[in-house]
Design a protein around this ligand. Structure first.
Ligand code: NAD
Ligand code: IPM
Ligand code: MN
Length: 368
């Protein structure tokens, strides 16, 4: 059976890093006969500016019907300052496909990448689950007397018992199934229920209820302000972290910094049983777009998460898909240890140099 992947390069550095990522996936497909088929989409700023279409009609249904996963680059264009197309496409896929779990590994791959004194790969190794369909991201609200000095603006944060419970259970299940390298099985739930009464209260009450089903997982609650501090001060105390949509967004850029920067951070948007959407955590980086210096490692790592996900979809291909994923991980680790580095990691290599290194490394791993 062919595994179809929808490729959405998007804007800015999105197409630059996905070109590398797709070249890697094509190499792996040729070498390991993975049965991958690519379906590239032109969704992004150019199309939006031309005909105001973000995702064409029926796109989500087509994805659900035909593809196993989406490989997504980034959106964002200075000509569309309100990011209207990004909300339609990116939030459209996350919410429209009900991909409620946005998982973002925050794992430092090499001592030299860590910005924290004395903390490296052993200390910085957490998995953040960000609730991906609710909170302030639902675009409910409005303005009153807009453009006057009396203007009022409101964004409504939606939190449902179902939405909170499913992301917490997903986090607990993962903590149980994938202990940290030192054996720790722990889930840290973060909210702000001391100030944000209703949504925060629902999160805390649901957490207190659900944790009883996971006696083998240490369950901890931290307010989000303290969590942000502790991620920097003592990252080794964290394994799985679960947060709402906005807190998860902010914490995972902090997590990316702990790994060495946004050039490395990968993510997957999933809902067990449905198609998955995989994307680097970074945006379109207009400041470096078109210069050929974007770091493609986040896109490579994202490809590895995508391959792991595809392995859950096809039992026959699973051993080969997992072999491919591990070869990519090894190449990314080797690259940060002794390979070319783009300027964000202090080097002077270009996107293509890193891509060539990673593909060659994967090639030799698979030939061995
Ligand atoms: P950004 O992530 O695009 O960039 C932040 C900083 O990190 C910039 O200095 C950039 O050069 C650097 N950076 C990011 N990725 C890099 C990479 N792979 N290699 C080297 N350096 C990298 O965030 P921003 O500047 O706040 O946003 C730019 C646009 O992207 C905005 O329109 C924003 O809304 C959008 N955005 C989109 C996504 C997404 O599509 N998933 C995510 C975040 C931001
Ligand atoms: C991310 C981005 C998006 C988000 C933006 C572009 C809407 O920051 O994927 O982290 O807030 O989710
Ligand atoms: Mn973000």
């Amino acid at each position: 059976m062919a595994l179809k992947i929808a490729v959405v390069p998007g804007d800015g550095i999105g197409p630059e890093v996905l070109a590398e990522g797709c070249a890697l996936l094509r190499d792996l497909d040729r070498t390991l006969d993975l049965g991958l088929v690519f379906d590239e989409k032109d969704w992004g700023a150019e199309r939006w500016l031309k005909d105001k279409v973000g995702m064409p009609k029926g796109a989500l249904e087509q994805l659900e019907r035909e593809v196993a996963a989406v490989y997504f680059g980034a959106l964002g264009d200075p000509r569309i300052p309100d990011m209207a197309h990004g909300r339609e496409i990116l939030l459209g896929m996350r919410q429209g496909l009900d991909l409620y779990a946005n998982f973002r590994p925050c794992k430092c791959l090499h001592e030299s990448l860590s910005p924290l004194k004395g903390k490296g790969p052993r200390e910085i190794d957490m998995l953040v689950f960000r609730e991906n369909t609710e909170d302030l991201y639902v675009a409910l609200g409005g303005t009153f007397k807009q453009g006057t000095v009396d203007e009022v603006a409101q964004d409504i944060s939606i939190n449902t018992r179902k939405g909170v419970e499913r992301i917490l259970r997903h986090g607990f299940d993962t903590a149980r199934a994938r202990p940290r390298h030192d054996g720790m099985k722990k889930l840290t739930m973060t909210d702000k229920h001391n100030a944000v009464r209703f949504g925060g209260g629902l999160w805390k009450r649901t957490f207190d209820l659900v944790k009883g089903d996971y006696p083998d997982v240490v369950a901890e609650h931290l307010y989000v302000d303290v969590l942000a501090m502790e991620m920097v001060r003592k990252p080794e105390r964290f394994h799985v972290v679960v947060a709402n949509n906005l807190f998860g967004d902010i914490l995972t850029d902090l997590g990316a910094a702990l790994m060495g920067g946004l050039g490395l951070a990968a993510s997957g948007n999933i809902h067990p049983g449905k198609i998955g959407m995989f994307e680097p955590v970074h945006g379109s980086a207009p400041d470096i777009a078109g210069k050929g210096v974007a770091n493609p490692l986040a896109a490579f790592w994202t490809a590895s998460l995508l391959l792991d996900f595809l392995a859950t979809k096809d039992a026959t291909l699973a051993p080969r898909l997992l072999r491919a994923a591990r070869a990519v991980d090894a190449a990314v680790s080797a690259c940060v240890a002794a390979g070319p580095r783009t300027p964000d990691l202090g080097g002077s290599a270009r996107t293509k140099d890193v891509g060539d290194f990673v593909r060659a490394h994967v090639g030799s791993t698979l030939a061995a």
